[in-house]
Design a protein around this ligand. Sequence first.
Ligand code: FES
Length: 155
Amino acid sequence: AGRSQKPEPGDRLAFMVGDKKDQEITPADLLVGAVPTLAYPLDPATGKVLVSRVNLLTVVKLKAEDIQPSSQKNAADGIVAFSAICTHYGCPITTLHPSQSQIVCNCHGSVFNAADRGVVTTGPATRRLAMLPLAIKDGALVVAGKFDGPLGPPT
Ligand code: FES
């Protein structure tokens, strides 16, 4: 029996693009106010990056005081991760809102509150982003659970 091709507890995260493409993301790589980091899960047993559309994640570090009680258990040292597939028409979510606690889809301007389970604060999207629970274990950023909701646009 192989592992699922979706993110699983214990997975690490890897950069999707850039100088560190396919390398593990550490807590120190993420800064409050930085552009969201696009990531894929990384299976620590094989070192394999699980590249697929449904595994694409958008990861941001928030100010601790901004994180709502709804999201605290899924955050690790202020870091939160969501499915990066916009629930409107599926564009990747790549932009930080000036509030620094919300994230924006550039295709049609939907805004999601990263500090509150990815709920929609500005449409046209109507469904929140699925959140992927994170934890820090022995200094590493790890996946701590499964996506907490459906991915992508409602069908
Ligand atoms: Fe994201 Fe339309 S695809 S707002």
